[in-house]
Design a binder for this molecule. Structure first.
Ligand code: FAD
Length: 287
């Protein structure tokens, strides 16, 4: 399949990109192209113009700041998987990036493109929701920060406004003694998560001082499993308590997605099994 004809622009700065988004009718940002170009070839998307931000150097890179790790929107999955700073301070994110798609996808795909696309089966949204990430966007009206809970709105829908460009993702430091794990049941063709579970556990004096669980792939957007978190908080992370908490994840998974590969019921079952495993692994690492 061939994409419909489109104009092509390659700005050299963020300001120039925003100006193009404002002035060129039907313009859409292009980052790694690994979600947008397939959609254009299938004619699921036919933007009149592409604004290719791939050469804007200030959008790439990883920095440790007082607010936490700051990752430029154009940073590739490979750069995240290989980053010493991320492996040291946020290993779960490096491991997640290392299991996205295949090497070609990881070399071209970007964190900004992935979160802006908001595919329900994408891996970053689940982990970034777990970690309490914040997204920085700039547009005609200036810069704003969006917390992860408000960023992912629905299937392929974020709270980014028309004309806004995501510049970076900031991940606050997690409490000392906490460990996080992300596990997914991957689709055999693409590696997208049919169900993906991220769990964070901090253990103090043998009890769970902090418990966070985020589930992706099952519903239209990644969600926190509040009832399951509450069931384990303050409890010893033993097999019985973890099983009880995992059984409560279904509470957060109303209207599960269903397709020819996996029914909604199967997705919820996978999320329950993966939660049990992820909590057990995270608690083991946290001790
Ligand atoms: P693009 O395709 O360039 O853009 C995607 C969308 O985001 C477009 O609407 C674009 O306008 C918008 N956009 C891009 N950058 C910005 C920005 N800075 N600000 C605002 N909007 C922006 N993903 C997973 O999570 N897990 C997987 O296992 C997985 N497997 C894959 C397997 C294959 C074969 C393929 C082709 C893709 C797979 N992906 C997977 C998706 C992959 O991670 C994509 O790279 C990612 O979803 C999109 O990133 P991109 O940089 O390619 O964005």
């Amino acid at each position: 399949m061939f994409a419909a004809p489109f104009e092509y622009h390659r700005p050299k700065s963020i300001d120039e990109a925003i100006k193009l988004l404002r002035e060129v009718k039907g313009a859409r940002l292009l980052a790694g192209g690994h979600s947008l170009l397939p959609a254009m070839k299938l004619r699921l998307a036919s933007p009149a113009a592409l604004v290719d931000i791939g050469r804007i150097a200030e959008l790439s890179g990883i920095k440790s700041t007082k607010d936490g790790l700051q990752i430029g929107a154009l940073t590739t999955h490979t750069a995240i998987a290989d980053s010493d700073a991320i492996r040291k301070s946020c290993p779960v994110l490096a491991e997640t990036a290392g299991h996205i798609g295949d090497q070609q996808v990881r070399n071209r795909g970007t964190i900004g493109g992935s979160v802006a696309h908001a595919d329900p089966g994408a891996d970053y949204p689940t982990v970034l929701l777990l970690l309490g990430a914040r997204f920085t966007a700039v547009g005609g009206k200036g810069q704003r920060e969006i917390p992860a809970e408000e960023f992912f709105v629905d299937l392929f829908t974020t709270s980014l406004k028309p004309g806004e460009l995501l510049t970076s993702v900031t991940i606050p430091a997690t409490s000392s003694g906490a460990a996080a794990v992300y596990l997914k049941h991957r689709h055999p063709a693409s590696s997208f998560a049919v169900a993906g579970v991220a769990a964070l556990v901090a253990v103090k004096a043998g009890k769970c001082a902090d418990v966070r669980i985020a589930i992706g792939g099952v519903t239209a957007r990644a969600v926190r499993a509040a009832a399951a978190e509450k069931a384990l908080a303050g409890q010893a992370p033993n097999e019985a308590n973890i099983a009880r908490a995992a059984a409560a994840v279904a509470d957060a998974l109303s209207e599960p997605l269903s397709d020819t590969y996996a029914s909604g019921e199967f997705r919820v079952h996978l999320a329950t099994v993966l939660t049990k495993r992820a909590l057990t692994e995270a608690a083991g690492k946290a001790r």
